[in-house]
Design a protein around this ligand. Structure first.
Ligand code: ARG
Length: 286
């Protein structure tokens, strides 16, 4: 197996104004208080863990109007392989509660010198939370937060193939709660989240999947961040940890329980800044 060719640089947003102030997924309960100090400690812990694994972390700041901006995975789609420099496609959020994040993320990338491309304003797509690269394609989830047709726009903007799969369980409302690329051959896969066609797409795409049980999937373990051979997980079911170690990964469990109250884990709290999207692998000559 070869390590992923991305996942060494991340954008994170410290929880300066994080809270569960509204309910836009089944995990959120506005009656449940977030402990801001614990949230900050957990966020610092995640950042330190990623850095110790060899990743660089950059920071964008939130304001009180956008408590969920800590989940930077939803900020947009990154592409560092484009001709003429890195490009960013900001998300068009599904829920009004998060729509204020779009221009904040766009401004951060523009300030760093990235070209910013826009999705059709009529189409919703929640960025890397609903699109992860694997095997030369961008695997994009739709239904709860992203429109299926947004994939066509994304393919045009990134210059690479996008394969869409339908999400079917509202508890697994983003593709990054159902799928986690681990290497060029391995990925965590939660079939519970997909219809029959989606399962077939993943079976054809991933040479060595680690199929998660429903219970494992609902623990958010697929919402993990992979830095080289280190897998940073919000929860590590015993069976999953053993299999990852057998494959040669180092597994680190990082407590992000304050963020799970909002329906987000380790992956949601990070946006990879080094993802190369492009025309995909050269077609096999035979
Ligand atoms: N409360 C946030 C929302 O519902 C959580 C986002 C989780 N992000 C993710 N990439 N799965 O939008």
């Amino acid at each position: 197996m070869a390590e992923l060719d991305w996942g060494r640089r991340y954008l994170m947003c410290p929880p300066e104004h994080f809270g569960v102030l509204y309910e836009i997924n089944p995990w959120m309960d506005a009656e449940v208080a977030v402990d801001p100090e614990r949230a900050r400690e957990q966020w610092d812990g995640l950042r330190a863990t990623l850095e110790a694994a060899g990743a660089a972390v950059e920071v964008v700041h939130q304001s009180a109007e956008v408590p969920d901006m800590v989940f930077t995975a939803n900020g947009g789609i990154v592409n560092v392989a484009a001709d003429g420099g890195p490009r960013f496609v900001p998300s068009n959020f599904w829920h009004a509660e998060r729509q204020g994040e779009t221009e904040r993320f766009a401004a951060w990338f523009a300030e760093q010198g990235w070209a910013v491309d826009r999705l059709d304003p009529g189409l919703r797509h929640e960025g890397a939370g609903d699109a992860l690269p694997f095997g030369g394609v961008l695997l994009s989830g739709y239904r709860f937060r992203s429109d299926r047709v947004a994939a066509t726009d994304l393919a045009a903007l990134t210059g690479g193939p996008v394969r869409s799969i339908e999400l079917v369980d509202e508890r697994l409302y983003h593709v990054d709660i159902t799928f986690c690329p681990l290497s060029d051959r391995h990925a965590l896969c939660a079939p519970m989240g997909w219809d029959r066609y989606g399962r077939q797409v993943v079976e054809a795409l991933v040479p060595e999947p680690l199929w998660l049980t429903d219970e494992e999937a609902l623990s958010f373990c697929a919402n993990s961040v992979v830095v080289g051979t280190t897998v940073v997980m919000p929860t590590t079911p015993v069976r999953v940890g053993r299999q990852l170690e057998a494959w040669g990964f180092d597994v680190v469990t990082c407590d992000v329980s304050e963020f799970l109250k909002a329906g987000g884990g380790c992956r949601c709290l990070t946006l990879a800044l080094d993802v190369p999207l492009g025309p995909g692998p050269a077609p096999n000559p035979d």
